[in-house]
Ligand binder design. Structure first.
Ligand code: AMP
Ligand code: ZN
Length: 116
């Protein structure tokens, strides 16, 4: 996806503060952190949103969940975190490349549906 913001980040065309990369996924600091720890974990391959996944995406989605605790722990949220995947218009998704927010820090994240 030539014009996708997060595809450009994966390709290194837009700078980001990266924290993790493997063959399938990429993780970096959110540019506008809502909490002391705010990371984004994305599939390297363009997937628009959770509304656009198929069974063949299950492995990469599993990878995102599987690395979340390690990334949170290594980046300042060792006692838990919240993982959020905003989806589509109703979910408030602003960047149309699937991404999981990891938010945390040393104090509780707070109410469930507060906008992040
Ligand atoms: P969402 O509303 O779930 O689509 O979240 C998009 C997130 O991407 C927001 O938290 C933004 O702060 C973040 N964001 C936008 N542009 C960048 C960027 N260039 N680098 C890092 N994070 C970004
Ligand atoms: Zn993309």
């Amino acid at each position: 996806m030539d014009d996708c913001l997060f595809c450009k980040i994966v390709r290194g065309e837009i700078p980001s503060r990266n924290v993790f990369e493997d063959d399938e996924i990429f993780a970096f600091h959110d540019i506008n952190p809502a909490r002391p720890v705010h990371l984004l974990v994305i599939p390297k391959r363009h997937i628009t949103s959770l509304a656009n996944v198929s069974e063949s995406d299950a492995p990469v989605l599993g990878r995102i969940l599987a690395v979340a605790n390690q990334l949170a722990s290594e980046n300042g949220s060792p006692d838990g975190f919240r993982l959020i995947i905003n989806t589509g218009r109703i979910g408030g998704q602003e960047v149309p490349h699937l991404h999981a927010h990891i938010v945390g820090g040393s104090v509780p994240v707070g109410p469930m549906l507060k906008r992040i």
